[in-house]
Ligand binder design. Structure first.
Ligand code: AQP
Length: 334
């Protein structure tokens, strides 16, 4: 049976990249009738230092973002990772299945550890094994993610295949990434070669889901561009990363194909395109940020939703973990 799982780290404020690459897709999948589980992956967040008070606030804010963007706790299971201990328990088993060599090839590890690898946390190195557990502890078949997570989903399949092979079982499914839409890789507004990211030191590089209309307008107005008019076909964007990024963002927000955006704006200057993008972004994002603000006034309500989601998630995860332990040869309770 198909089952959808995905997660986002409460490691900072949600960005437009998280929204277009992930959350908007989460909402699409919720409405297909397939069972959907969406997690705030707090155990992943602490692979780099998080101030405890900030982590708590960011987890609730992420939950508020999910709900404000259209996820409905009555339709999707919304919960934080640490309230479902089965993730970490299966994560340990997968630490013993995955190989050091696999992990050291992960580009996210290389990017986040930087030059000083000796000083990166062990958790940052093992991150993809825990991510495999997040997905496989539910036997999830589909994972909506941005382009940057493709390599981790491939590793999840490698872990499932090696486990199945080593133990001679056909137990874990081969999960498919779902990387869809016009904006699967939203780039920094300051540098078209860098991913838009929560943790970029420059706030002008990203639009945050909590930004108000003024902030959105200011950042788009200041976004880096080139002096040329927009082309009328997507091919014309190939060597223009900043222009391509803004067009992709427009297409993503409007649920349009890039070709259709260019059919409307081909030949126009950024002085025409940017105001249209600002209007669109404000009309789509400002209501979400207003609703997030409202939800954040009721943190207890958010906590109750997460606990309820976790309880239901455990009902799926616990039997799968128990079967895994059985396969591995752990003596269980009698
Ligand atoms: N720029 C992006 N474009 C499209 N999708 C993106 N995602 C993140 N950035 C973009 C997608 O959002 C989901 C959650 O990401 P994450 O929070 O687990 O971690 P990340 O990919 O490391 O996100 P950030 O914003 O870059 O956080 P930091 O700065 O903490 O590393 C994933 O599906 C991801 O693809």
């Amino acid at each position: 049976t198909p089952r959808v799982f995905s997660g986002i780290q409460p490691s900072g404020g949600l960005t437009l990249g998280n929204y277009l690459g992930a959350i908007k897709r989460f909402v699409d999948m919720q409405d297909t009738g397939i069972e959907t589980l969406y997690c705030m992956v707090d155990l992943h967040a602490i692979t780099v230092w998080q101030d405890p008070a900030a982590l708590r606030r960011q987890t609730r804010e992420l939950a508020a973002g999910y709900i404000a963007a259209g996820l409905d706790p009555a339709k999707s299971l919304l919960f934080n990772q640490s309230q479902v201990p089965e993730h970490a328990q299966l994560g340990w088993i997968f630490n013993c299945v995955a190989r050091m060599g696999w992990m050291s090839r992960m580009t996210q590890f290389k990017d986040k550890a930087g030059k000083n690898r000796e000083n990166a946390s062990l958790g940052l190195f093992a991150y993809p094994a825990l991510m495999a557990a997040d997905i496989l502890v539910y036997h999830a078949t589909h994972v909506p993610v941005g382009e940057d997570q493709k390599q981790h989903i491939e590793l999840t399949r490698d872990v499932a295949a090696k486990f199945n092979h080593d133990y001679g079982v056909d137990f874990f499914p081969m999960t498919e990434p779902v990387i869809e839409g016009a904006a699967t890789r939203v780039m920094s507004l300051r540098d078209g070669s860098k991913k838009m990211s929560k943790s970029d030191p420059s706030p002008a590089s990203r639009i945050n889901m909590t930004d108000d209309a003024d902030a959105i307008a200011k950042k788009i107005r200041k976004a880096k561009t080139d002096p040329d008019a927009l082309p009328s076909e997507a091919q014309g964007l190939e060597d223009r990363p900043e222009a391509r990024n803004l067009v992709n963002i427009f297409a993503g927000l409007a649920d349009m194909k890039v070709d259709h955006v260019l059919a409307d704006f081909g030949g126009k200057q950024f002085s025409d395109f940017k105001p249209a993008l600002i209007d669109l972004a404000v009309s789509k994002l400002a209501p979400i940020s207003t609703e997030m603000d409202r939800l954040m006034q009721h943190p207890d309500e958010i906590d109750r939703i997460l606990t309820k989601g976790a309880t239901r998630a455990r009902q799926i995860a616990a039997p799968i973990l128990a079967q895994t332990y059985e396969i591995v040869g752990m003596v269980g309770p009698k």
